[in-house]
Structures are given as structure tokens and as C-alpha cells.
Design a protein around this ligand. Structure first.
Ligand SMILES: [Mg+2]
Length: 390
């Protein structure tokens, strides 16, 4: 039986949007983001948008903008055409059957379905996701220019603007001794004014982490994200048991609810970085968050540097989660030279204001989608600059 929520059409395209400055991580430097934007049309004419972004093509994990686009257009969209958009779990099951893995691609599609259904009902998406319990969340900013003076200047400006007072540093590209020196310099500059966290993006082995993390904590770092490789759960467990004065946060290691359960069982995380893309959608993000809550593990609202579409969708689901959080980092729209929506989520007194309005509460601008469309710009795949980060 076909109802008003029947999926009639689905399209995906890759955008290429430059960043306001090079963004340097342990695995390289990026100067543009390439989100995949999905648009779905329902039988009643309603439309919804979803997004999946990666960082540095396939540098963060196996998926790339090109693989996401391919999975959606070749497998996921055909599996859902003529299906009920509002049966989200069924849609996820159909996508799983059509295509193994590919969590980022599935998340973009599920996001578009939820947006379209919520718009049809005139409801904000958070109402379909359990109800909003937070009105705002502290918003972190990542210092990743690769230059201490520039980083401190950037942090100072953002403090003055009352936009951010949690700053995350991307480390792991330099020698650990140098990282400790740089983080200590930044920590001294921000002492008493802001919270400092680090993300090693898997760059260290267990011994390096055990040796250098205490020095970062001594410098003032309070939250340490993914210090070791995705697979290195024994090292995460050891760090959780031995480090004093800071929390260990899993990012790349925690994707599925089963990963979350394993980390909980192993006592190998104090906090999970939640990201809609790696969990495979908004509903599965809630499942990972449920494991965290049951295991007394905190959560952090992570980003893959999405535009306002993916960031607002993430904000909707984060707004429904429990109290034990470390804020969020949905600053993607601010790192891009321009956005694809009329109005970004406001930031007031260092906090991101979680959105209302039907769907994800956004007005997407078709002219901006066209402007940044890779096919129209004649650009090719995203490459991460490996040289600059060394
Ligand atoms: Mg991370």
C-alpha cells in the first residue's frame, strides 16, 4: 500500500566547499570539505535533505565522498524507492540488506527520510527522536592551523566573541615531544579562560600514549580523544585505568552499538564521541548513546565537519540525549567559506542553540547547492595534503 510518505525520488550530489583556513590533523591537511547531499521527495510532495561528510576523502575511515555517492545512487536509493519513508527501522534494514557497511551513506539517506517525514507532519525532527531535553550545548572549536601564534589568536577572538571556550587541538602529526611543547604553549595562553582537549586521531601506540599523555594532563588537558589506533582497545583500557585527571574519549573505535557494548564491557572509555555518520544514522546514534548511558559513560557531540544540514540533524539527535555530556563540536559550518542554508544555528554565550522548526529547521538554498556542486564546478576527488602535516 502506498501512502503519503512513499519515497518517490532520491538524488545525491557531491559538493566541494573550501575551508576558511587549512585544517591540519594527524593524517594530513585539508583545504576543502566534500559533503554528499541527499535529497528525497515523498509522494505528497514533501522533500527532505540529508548529508554525509568525510574528512580528507577516505583518510578518516573507509568511506569517501565518492563511495558514499556511489552507494546511495547504485544501491540505497533503489532499495527505498516506493517504500514508506516513515518506517525508519525498516528502511535501515532494507539498506543493510542491499549494502553491507557504508554507515556514512546510510546515515545521509536516513537523515533525508526523517527530515521529509518531520516536514510533512510539521514537526521538528527531535520530536520523532524522543523529545528535546537540551535547549543548548557548549560548543567547542578546533585549533588546527598548525601555527601556535595563529591558534592563540583564533582562540582569543572566539573567546571575545563569546562563541567558544572549549578548544580542541589536533595532534599526532609532529613528534610527541613537539606536540607536548605546542599544547603546553597553547594551554598557558588559555589558562583560566578556556578548557583544552586534544584529539590524537589514532596516531600514537600504547607506549607513546602512556608516556606522553600525563605530560599533556599536567599542561592542563582534560579530555583526550582517540590517542591510539582504532583496534587498540587494550591500550584504551590501560589508559582509562591508569591516567589521573583527564577523561579518555573513544571516537574512531566506537561506531556500532556492538563497539559501544564492547568498550563498556572492557572499561575502555570514559566518554564516547557520537557522530551520526559513523553510527549509520540518527536512530543508531541513539542506540550507541543508550549503551553509554547504561554503562555510565559520557557522550560528546562529535562532527565530521558537516555543513548546516548535517550539523543541524546531529544537533536534533544530541538534543534528545541524557545529561552526562561534554558539550559538542558542531562547528563545521563555521569552518567553511559559505553555507548552503539561509540561516545557521545561532551561538549564544558559548552555546549552540539547538534548532526548532519543521524537519531539521533549515531553509536549504538550491542556488548554493548548485554553486558548490562538484559536477558543475568540474572538480575531481578530494585529496588530503599529506606533506604539510609532517
Ligand atoms: Mg576525533
Amino acid at each position: 500500500m502506498q501512502g503519503r510518505f512513499t519515497v518517490e525520488r532520491m538524488e545525491a550530489r557531491i559538493l566541494d566547499i573550501p575551508t576558511i583556513r587549512p585544517h591540519k590533523l594527524s593524517f594530513g591537511s585539508i583545504s576543502r570539505q566534500s559533503p554528499v547531499i541527499v535529497q528525497v521527495w515523498l509522494k505528497d510532495g514533501a522533500t527532505g535533505f540529508g548529508e554525509a561528510a568525510t574528512i580528507g576523502g577516505p583518510s578518516w575511515n573507509e568511506e569517501s565522498p565518492e563511495s558514499i555517492h556511489h552507494a546511495i545512487t547504485s544501491y540505497l536509493a533503489p532499495a527505498l524507492l516506493g517504500q514508506e519513508a516513515g518506517g525508519f527501522e525498516n528502511a535501515l534494514a532494507r539498506m543493510d540488506k542491499a549494502c553491507k557497511g557504508n554507515a556514512f551513506a546510510k546515515s545521509a539517506v536516513e537523515m533525508a527520510l526523517i527530515d521529509a517525514v518531520a516536514r510533512t507532519l510539521g514537526l521538528p525532527a527531535w520530536q520523532l527522536l524522543g523529545g528535546k531535553v537540551h535547549q543548548s550545548l557548549p560548543l567547542a572549536w578546533t585549533l588546527a592551523s598548525g601555527d601556535v601564534a595563529k591558534d592563540l589568536e583564533e582562540a582569543q577572538l572566539r573567546l571575545e566573541q563569546k562563541r567558544h571556550r572549549i578548544f580542541k587541538m589536533k595532534i599526532g602529526a609532529r613528534a610527541p615531544e613537539q606536540d607536548v611543547a605546542v599544547v603546553s604553549q597553547i594551554a598557558r595562553g588559555l589558562q583560566g579562560k578556556a578548557t583544552l582537549t586534544v584529539d590524537v586521531n589514532q596516531a600514537w601506540d600504547g607506549n607513546t600514549a602512556s608516556r606522553y599523555l600525563p605530560r599533556l594532563i599536567e599542561a592542563g588537558v582534560t579530555l583526550i580523544e582517540q590517542p591510539v589506533a582504532q583496534w587498540n582497545v587494550p591500550a584504551l583500557k590501560n589508559l582509562c585505568a591508569t591516567l589521573q585527571g583527564a577523561l579518555i574519549m573513544a571516537d574512531e573505535t566506537v561506531c556500532t552499538p556492538q563497539d559501544a557494548m564492547m568498550l563498556a564491557r572492557e572499561n575502555a572509555s570514559h566518554v564516547f564521541s557520537l557522530k551520526v555518520a559513523k553510527h549509520g544514522g540518527l536512530i543508531r546514534t541513539r542506540k550507541v548513546a543508550a549503551v553509554a548511558e547504561a554503562a555510565d559513560i559520557g557522550w560528546y557531540g562529535g562532527t565530521m565537519l558537516e555543513t548546516s544540514i548535517g550539523s543541524a540533524a546531529s544537533a536534533h539527535v544530541f538534543s534528545t540525549l541524557g545529561a552526562q555530556h561534554q558539550g559538542c563540536e558542531l562547528f563545521g559550518p563555521q569552518l567553511l567559506v559559505d553555507d548552503i542554508v539561509e540561516k545557521q544555528m545561532p551561538i549564544v554565550d558559548f552555546e549552540l542553540q539547538l534548532p526548532d522548526g519543521p524537519g531539521f529547521g533549515l531553509n536549504v538554498l538550491p542556488t548554493q547547492l548548485d554553486r558548490f556542486d562538484r559536477a558543475r564546478q568540474g572538480l575531481t576527488a578530494t585529496h588530503v595534503d599529506m606533506g604539510q602535516a609532517a
